[in-house]
Design a protein around this ligand. Structure first.
Ligand SMILES: *Cc1c(COP(=O)(O)O)cnc(C)c1O
Length: 230
């Protein structure tokens, strides 16, 4: 099932990219494997998938130790400062940086380990109370604050768009994300690039791609519905 789903998602990504006059190789697919058993990750790996996203530190650490070494791990969930130590050095990219305090902790730990950590700034694009992320109005200021942290590289922006049955409703938010990235780029801030726009999930990734996403995070579309009750 996983293999078929993956093939379908890749086909859809290619079609959305092509329809938008974009190159499909400019869009990375993260397989969001949270709550899913190792066997399903292995199935995805067998089908050629190398990038996986997890939203809990403990799960990321555990799966990281059990999967082949050429897997690229992405931390996409809310990160507490006391867990930074376990993520730095393991995650290729931390998508969910939403405070200076958290960034400073990543900076400290990266320096301690002698590594440079790539991060994204998480934006709460629709201003939802239930979501993490900084508000769009603070994005440029936040980027400027992060610029001074020498063991961090800001690579772009991430958002979790509102949950909706009508993906088209999220187009305006994806468009706004792209604009924020353009605005930050125009500021020419040291250490800050906006190469990665991490937006679009199972329900809305085609529209996100049409609006400039370079990284879609797909869980349900690859692994099926999650069951949180067990
Ligand atoms: C769970 C999750 C996803 C994947 O959601 P699906 O709707 O299952 O594709 C993407 N991004 C984040 C941050 C998530 O927590």
């Amino acid at each position: 099932m996983v293999e078929e789903n993956l093939r379908q998602v890749r086909t859809d990504i290619a079609a959305a990219a092509s329809a938008a006059g974009r190159n499909e190789s400019d869009i990375m697919l993260l397989a969001v494997s949270k709550t899913k058993p190792l066997s399903m990750l292995q199935e995805a790996y067998q089908a050629g998938q190398r990038r996986f996203g997890e939203n809990k530190v403990q799960e990321l650490v555990q799966k990281c130790s059990q999967m082949p070494g050429d897997v690229e791990w992405h931390m996409i969930g809310h990160l507490q400062t006391n867990k930074v130590r376990q993520v730095v050095g393991r995650a290729a990219l931390i998508h969910s940086v939403d405070s200076l305090h958290l960034a400073q902790e990543i900076e400290r730990e990266s320096e301690r380990q002698g590594v440079i950590t790539s991060i994204l700034m998480e934006i709460n694009i629709a201003g939802e109370d239930s979501k993490y992320g900084i508000i769009p109005e603070d994005a440029i200021r936040f980027a400027a604050e992060l610029s001074g942290l020498s063991h961090i590289r800001v690579k772009g922006l991430m958002t979790v768009a509102p949950f909706t049955d009508y993906a088209e409703e999220n187009r305006k938010y994806f468009r706004k994300m792209k604009q924020i990235a353009v605005d930050i780029t125009a500021q020419n801030i040291d250490n800050i690039t906006m190469d990665i726009l991490s937006m679009g999930m199972s329900g809305d990734y085609k529209i996100a791609i049409e609006e400039g996403s370079t990284c879609v995070r797909v869980g349900t579309g690859i692994f099926g519905e999650r069951n949180y009750s067990k």
